[in-house]
Design a protein around this ligand. Sequence first.
Ligand code: SAM
Length: 270
Amino acid sequence: MDMPPIWAPGTKGPETPNIARVRDYWLGGTRNSAADRRLGEQFTLCAPQLPYLARTHRNFLRRVVTRLVGDGIRQFVDLGTGMPTMGNVHQVAQQCAPECRVVYTDIDPVVVTESRALLEGDDRTAYILADVQRPEQVLDSPALRRLLDLDEPVALLAIDVLHHIPDSAGPAELLTTYADGLGSGCRVALSHTCRHEQLLDAMRLYSDIYNTPLPEFAFRTTAEVEKLLAGFEITEPGLVPIPLWQPDLDTEPDQNPEHFSGCAALAYRS
Ligand SMILES: C[S@@+](CC[C@H](N)C(=O)[O-])C[C@H]1O[C@@H](n2cnc3c(N)ncnc32)[C@H](O)[C@@H]1O
């Protein structure tokens, strides 16, 4: 299927690959171009586990959002969303309870422009251009204030995004600032890609083969991720490998133990 002609002004549109659209491709979506697919293939040549990892994070999102809606949560703030496609938060939450409201955020203006166009007409979602490291850009946003009632509980989602936030930026403190700003009863659902020699080797290989430097990522160990949640109570089953967080046995489970290179948890502000 051809993509709708929605491209951010000032870019070359489909000719300029974008990593959020590459992820849509890895997740089996149609919101990507030939250039995105080509870049996706270049990455997977070096790191064949990347589409698997993207799927495990997305499947965790589905399970945890379903659980949160079951627990009565109707409002969500998602940090570092990428494209709002392929079973993203509003699709899962509103399928369970149509009144759910979702605020998406991303630092990439191209992603935000294209996503807003995709979400046009949906008055239960908003998409904010914001840096995770600047909580006020999210918490003080008129769009968030309009859409959410902070007297009612909110779930904050940080799905595969905190490796973009170095320790020097204080990711644990950022999480507590968001949670406190979103009101009492805030839940935090977190999944994090973990440090893994195979992944680091693959990134070095990609940089060498394609002569393209990659940014520094803060892939953390499970023990380091646990420290990010120091201000929270972690609920059952704890901080565990992503596929083991309340696996949904009615759908195909993610089950390649060799590729267990991420962890996930649901927590609440204590
Ligand atoms: C690996 S993707 C994950 C996307 C999505 N959460 C998911 O699970 O599919 C990371 C996303 O975070 C965004 N991002 C990176 N650094 C960010 C920052 N400092 N603030 C907000 N978003 C950021 C990127 O633009 C990208 O869309």
